[in-house]
Each structure stands twice: as structure tokens, then as C-alpha cells.
Design a protein around this ligand. Structure first.
Ligand SMILES: *Cc1c(COP(=O)(O)O)cnc(C)c1O
Length: 229
């Protein structure tokens, strides 16, 4: 089942990329395994999944302990509280959800303590939805200018969660805006800022996101089925 879902998603990624002259390898798939038990992650691993996205600190820590494989990468995709940074900073390969200077500062501090470099994305609430975390688009440039000076941190790019819509086309302007913002930031040539990662697109809208320049998509439902909370 999971193997079939994964093949299906990979095929779709390949088809879209070939359509727009992009290398399919330029799109990284984050397998969003939140709420799913280890047995399911194991099945995913057997099917070839190596990057797992989780949105809760406790769940990452539990799964990290229970499911140890050398080549697995954990991504934190959910809202992160400053006081919990210390539990995951040396366990995750990428934090997608940095949306304040104080959080970045906490990550920098804990990364220094553990002598690691934390790789982060800045979360942007492009659609300005009240229910969502993330910086407003207009505030991102200044935030990047402050955060990039922190030690033991590398800003790899931007992330957004687009609204839940019936027609994914409605989210195209959001993805376009995030892409443009990444281009503007890249032009500044700041130290420790790369903008190689544009994390946008989920089960419902990943095709449009890839067309608009996503280099990382986060898929849960289409791979693992519905989530029971
Ligand atoms: C749950 C989640 C996803 C996956 O969403 P699906 O619609 O199940 O693909 C992606 N990104 C974030 C930040 C999430 O919390």
C-alpha cells in the first residue's frame, strides 16, 4: 500500500518536472509521518523513504529513539517552542518552522552547546491566515538580515503552508510570492543564507507548488492515508 502510494507520488513528481523542464531530482520529498506508528514508518523505510516530517517535539524524540537507522533524516515541520529546542536540535536535519528572532536565537544557542550547525527555514504566512504561524511576507527580509548573523545556524530557505482550498490553482499566487521572496533574499548574498530550499506544497497542492519552484514538498495523506487524531 505505502509502496504503491510512494511510487504514485514519485511518478507524479517526475511527470510534472518533465513537463516544465525540471530535473525530478530537484524536488525533495518529505514524508510526513506525524501521528503514524513506527510500524508504518518501517513500511515506508522499506519502500525507500528516508526523510520523515514530524510536527511535535515529543513525537520526534520518541520515534528517534525507537526507530534508529543511520540514513534517516528527521525534519521538524511544526510550530516549535523555544523551551523545547534543546530536545531536538541535534536530532533533526532541518527545522522548517522558524518564525521569530527569539526562536532562532534559542536554536543558535542550543546548537552551539551541542556543537552542531542547525539548518533552518523561515516560515512565511504568505496568505496571512490568522490560524497559521509564520512571518508576514513584508517582514521576512529584515528577519533574515538579523537571524543570519547568529552563530551555529544556516538559513537554507523558506517554507509556507498554503490555505486548504478546493482548487489548488487558488494557491498558485501564494507559491509564486514565496518563490519571488526567495529570489529577492538570494540577491542580497548574505553569509549563511542559501535559499536553495523552497518548502511548499502538500497532498492537495504539490503539483502547483512544483510548477512554481518548490524544491521540497511535504506529503502526508497521499502516502500514509488519513490521520486519526
Ligand atoms: C501535516 C502537514 C503536512 C502534510 O499534509 P498532507 O495534506 O497530509 O499532505 C505538510 N506540512 C505541514 C507543516 C504539516 O503539518
Amino acid at each position: 500500500m505505502i509502496q504503491e502510494n510512494l511510487n504514485n507520488i514519485k511518478k507524479q513528481i517526475t511527470d510534472i518536472c518533465l513537463n516544465i523542464d525540471r530535473d525530478p531530482k530537484s524536488v525533495v520529498l518529505v514524508n510526513v509521518s506525524k501521528t503514524k506508528p513506527i510500524s508504518i514508518l518501517e513500511e515506508g523505510y522499506e519502500a525507500g523513504m528516508r526523510i520523515f516530517g514530524e510536527n511535535k517535539v515529543q513525537e520526534i524524540c520518541d520515534k528517534y529513539e525507537q526507530f534508529k537507522k543511520e540514513d534517516i533524516k528527521w525534519h521538524m515541520i511544526g510550530h516549535l517552542q523555544r523551551n523545547k529546542v534543546k530536545y531536538i536540535v541535534d536530532k533533526v536535519d532541518l527545522i522548517h518552522s522558524v518564525d521569530s528572532y527569539r526562536l532562532a536565537e534559542a536554536i543558535s544557542k542550543e546548537a552551539k552547546k551541542k556543537n552542531v550547525v542547525a539548518h533552518i527555514l523561515i516560515q512565511v504566512n504568505v496568505a496571512q491566515e490568522e490560524s497559521k504561524y509564520g512571518l508576514e511576507t513584508k517582514d521576512v527580509m529584515d528577519m533574515v538580515r538579523s537571524i543570519h548573523q547568529l552563530e551555529h545556524l544556516k538559513i537554507e530557505g523558506l517554507m509556507t503552508i498554503a490555505p486548504f482550498v478546493d482548487d489548488p490553482e487558488e494557491n498558485r499566487p501564494i507559491f509564486k510570492a514565496l518563490y519571488q521572496l526567495s529570489v529577492d533574499i538570494k540577491e542580497q548574498n548574505l553569509d549563511n543564507v542559501s535559499m536553495d530550499v523552497l518548502s511548499m506544497g502538500m497532498t492537495n497542492d504539490f503539483k502547483v507548488a512544483i510548477e512554481e519552484g518548490a524544491t521540497m514538498i511535504r506529503i502526508g495523506t497521499a502516502l500514509f492515508g488519513d490521520r486519526n487524531y
